[in-house]
Design a binder for this molecule. Structure first.
Ligand code: FES
Length: 152
């Protein structure tokens, strides 16, 4: 076990975990942040996506020992039920979810896209989300939600 000091959602947090523990496990099991989901555990589905220094990252394949003091943001760090972020509100407005399991990854990846490219085209949205898997029929509504969030 090693003690790690982390910066998560703007707060300093300390955990005692093995060096190869995935960031996803630390967030969910040690810090109680259940926005990031366990899907494949192999970096292939996107359900576990978080931001590390503003960039979308697959937390299931990110060993805690590689994170350091870089800022980690989870879905909880974007907004809350009472004060959702613009992209979260857009997903609600466009009803862009069915079971909701993929939504963490969709929203976190979309938020990173919009931070880097505030006015993406539909093709750019689809390309950004291509690595996020979903099994329902909300493909177009997800895309519509991202474009909706990009409006002034
Ligand atoms: Fe991390 Fe699938 S759970 S990419």
């Amino acid at each position: 076990m090693t003690r790690y000091a982390l910066k998560v959602n703007g707060q300093s947090r300390t955990v005692d975990v093995d060096d190869d523990t995935p960031l996803l496990y630390v967030l969910r099991n040690d810090l109680g942040l259940h926005g990031p989901k366990y899907g494949c555990g192999l970096g292939q589905c996107g359900a576990c996506t978080v931001h590390i220094e503003g960039q979308a990252a697959r937390s299931c394949i990110t060993p805690i020992g590689t994170v350091g003091w870089r800022a980690v943001t989870t879905l909880e760090g974007l907004g809350s039920s009472a004060r959702p972020a613009k992209i979260q509100q857009a997903f609600i407005d466009k009803q862009a979810l069915q079971c909701g399991y993929c939504c963490n990854g969709m929203i976190m990846t979309s938020a990173a896209l919009l931070a880097n490219k505030p006015k993406p085209t539909e093709e750019e949205v689809k390309a950004a989300l291509a690595g996020n898997l979903r099994r329902c029929g909300t493909y177009q509504r997800i895309c519509d939600a991202v474009l909706h969030a990009a409006q002034d």
